[in-house]
Design a protein around this ligand. Structure first.
Ligand code: SF4
Length: 147
C-alpha cells in the first residue's frame, strides 16, 4: 500500500524543480506503527530488541522481518495501527497530554485537509486552535505587515 502511494506521489510530480525523497516502505510502515501505537507496543519493542533489532535507522541494520515476528509473537496486529483510519471519537494514546492545542482543532484540521483546504496563517486569521485561550490573549498583533 505504501509503495502504491509513493508511486502515485512520484508520478504526480512533473517538474524537475521539485525533488521528492522518501524512505524504504518498510521503514515508513514501522514508523507509522510506532507513531500511532500505544502501550501494547512496549512488549513488541522489547521482543524486537531481543531478536536483534538495534540501530534500526541504519539501513544495513534494519530487520523488518524480525519486527514482524515480534508483532506476531506478542499477538499484536501492526495493521491495527498502520492500516486503518482512526475514528474521531477514539481515545488516542496521547490524549492525556496537554500541549495547548485542542483535539477539536485537530479534528477540524483533519477534515479541512481532506478537502484540500488550507488553514490561514495565524497572523492573518486565528483558527482557534486553543493556544490563545491557554496564554490568556491573542497570539499575535493584528498587523498583517508583521508576516
Ligand atoms: S493565532 Fe494562536 S490560537 Fe489562533 S490558531 Fe494561531 S496559535 Fe492558535
Amino acid at each position: 500500500m505504501i509503495e502504491h502511494k509513493q508511486k502515485l506521489l512520484m508520478d504526480s510530480v512533473k517538474t524537475k524543480k521539485i525533488k521528492v525523497s522518501y524512505h524504504d516502505p518498510n521503514v515508513s510502515q514501522l514508523e507509522v506503527i510506532l507513531a500511532k501505537g500505544d502501550r501494547r507496543l512496549c512488549k513488541v519493542i522489547y521482543e524486537a530488541w531481543r531478536k536483534g533489532c538495534k540501530f534500526d535507522s541504519w539501513d544495513e541494520h534494519f530487520k523488518f522481518d524480525r519486527w514482524m515476528e515480534a508483532f506476531a509473537d506478542c499477538g499484536v496486529d501492526p495493521a491495527f495501527y498502520a492500516n486503518r483510519r482512526f475514528e474521531y471519537d477514539e481515545i488516542l494514546p496521547w490524549d492525556h497530554l496537554d500541549y495547548y492545542i485542542s483535539k477539536e482543532f485537530f479534528i477540524r484540521e483533519n477534515k479541512t485537509a481532506r478537502q484540500s483546504v488550507t488553514t490561514p496563517h495565524c497572523r492573518l486569521k486565528c483558527s482557534a486552535c486553543g493556544v490563545s485561550k491557554e496564554i490568556g490573549g491573542p497570539c499575535f498583533a493584528k498587523n498583517k505587515n508583521d508576516i
